[in-house]
Design a protein around this ligand. Structure first.
Ligand SMILES: NC(=O)c1ccc[n+]([C@@H]2O[C@H](COP(=O)([O-])OP(=O)(O)OC[C@H]3O[C@@H](n4cnc5c(N)ncnc54)[C@H](OP(=O)(O)O)[C@@H]3O)[C@@H](O)[C@H]2O)c1
Length: 299
């Protein structure tokens, strides 16, 4: 079966599309024929590291990807037999960019309602947005500033902040302003240079991960709390934390329900065939964010 492997740390162009053995169904397993897989900045970050340690090298080769959608084609005898033929979102830390994925953990697989497409579920990026929302909810800051607000995670977070009463200041690049306005007409986006006058305390949710940008914002704002999902360390900033998505199965179930009820909308950009996975990753990396870029096995 077709599989996308990372065998080195040479970046996107170092990926290999190869043939591997189809997983064998186990009694506790469910075999899924994969349909749609997302691409995110985390992919190309994991694929390139010129200073990779021996320990990191030892983890290769690995199948890329963390989540994707597909259809259950066979069910082990210890699993719910009604899963057969169901479309599902599957999470697999051991990789999902394979024609077939074996799921042995029911908490890592979610049947999709009829009105949730494979593309929408594959594009779901709500876990990290939810983590940022928790930080906002816990903060007493008077203002909310979001860098990279047009990103997939930024726009997902903003959907979750629909009832937020504090002022929100979305920071975007000049090129992404029209797209942001189209997506979130009720909010006014700013570029870093425009820095609106913000009085009172602020929390900055950083989705971009540029220290220079955060240093500028720290000077513009009055001692902001800075919470980043993209920069792990920033010793020069005064009130900085890095947060990451803690996987939670019940939250995934909730997000799928919210997709089905129209309370969350997936953001989808272009869709590429699996054979063009490198082109797809380059496209995602080298163009402004206009939704999730997806790859399809095209069955
Ligand atoms: N901590 C965690 O648990 C976790 C989990 C998942 C993802 N992440 C990280 O979260 C970040 C966002 O992910 P995503 O999928 O939402 O990404 P995305 O949709 O590709 O968006 C990236 C954002 O960064 C902006 N950006 C990139 N380079 C920039 C630059 N030089 N100057 C200003 N803005 C720049 C982009 O602006 P334009 O579109 O205008 O170019 C866009 O708003 C990634 O770094 C990803 O690795 C963290």
């Amino acid at each position: 079966m077709k599989t996308v492997l990372q065998t080195n740390f040479n970046g996107i162009d170092g990926l290999t599309i190869t043939d591997t053995a189809k997983p064998v169904l186990t009694d506790n397993g469910v075999l899924i024929k994969m349909a749609v897989l997302p691409i995110s900045p985390t992919d190309w970050k994991l694929e390139s590291d010129t200073h990779a340690t021996d320990e990191q090298q030892d983890k290769l080769p690995r199948i890329i990807g963390f989540q994707g959608t597909g259809t259950v084609v066979s069910v082990g005898k210890n699993r719910d037999q009604s899963l057969l033929d169901q479309r599902v979102l599957v999470i697999n830390p051991a990789g999902v960019y394979s024609e077939f994925v074996l799921n042995e953990n029911p908490d890592w697989m979610y049947p999709l309602p009829a009105n949730v497409s494979d593309e929408s579920a594959a594009a779901l990026s709500a876990g990290t947005a939810w983590t940022l929302k928790q930080q906002i909810d816990q903060s007493k800051a008077a203002n909310i500033v979001i860098t990279g607000a047009n990103s997939v995670i930024g726009l997902t977070l903003l959907q979750m902040l629909a009832d937020e009463s504090r002022p929100i200041y979305p920071i975007v690049t000049a090129a992404s302003k029209p797209y942001f306005i189209e997506q979130m007409p009720r909010l006014t986006p700013y570029t870093l240079d425009e820095h609106p006058t913000i009085s009172g305390s602020s929390i900055v949710l950083d989705i971009v991960g540029r220290l220079d940008m955060l240093t500028t914002l720290e000077k513009q704002l009055s001692q902001p709390e800075i919470v980043s999902i993209a920069l792990m360390q920033a010793p020069t900033l005064n009130n900085f934390i890095f947060v990451h998505d803690e996987f939670n199965a019940d939250r995934y179930r909730l997000f799928i329900k919210q997709l089905s009820e129209g309370k969350l909308t997936a953001l989808i950009n272009r869709i590429f065939p699996i054979e063009q996975v490198k082109k797809a990753q380059h496209f995602a990396k080298e163009t402004h964010s206009r939704g999730r870029v997806l790859v399809t096995f095209g069955h």
